[in-house]
Design a protein around this ligand. Structure first.
Ligand code: SF4
Length: 77
């Protein structure tokens, strides 16, 4: 679980001292796309949501049989 403290407008710090700027590239996060991938530049890093209006979910097996067979194709570092 991430705990963030707001230290300024759109600026937060976590318990490890890492400072995050709220991602405003695409405005507010998309409440329909929850995501914990903080390494992605589209993750809001505060509320654990994606900021994109739409993502592309892909499979990397010929036939997907579990969630491990799927990935977010919109991820960017
Ligand atoms: S693009 Fe995909 S990996 Fe990145 S924050 Fe959105 S849902 Fe998560």
């Amino acid at each position: 679980m991430n705990i963030f403290i707001k230290i300024a407008n759109n600026t937060f710090v976590n318990i490890k001292g890492v400072i995050y700027m709220e991602n405003t590239m695409h405005g507010k996060h998309n409440s329909s796309i929850g995501c914990t991938v903080e390494e992605c530049k589209f993750n809001d890093k505060v509320d654990q949501f994606c900021t994109l209006p739409k993502i592309q979910v892909e499979k990397h097996e010929t036939k997907a049989t579990s969630k491990q067979c799927t990935d977010c194709g919109s991820f960017q570092k």
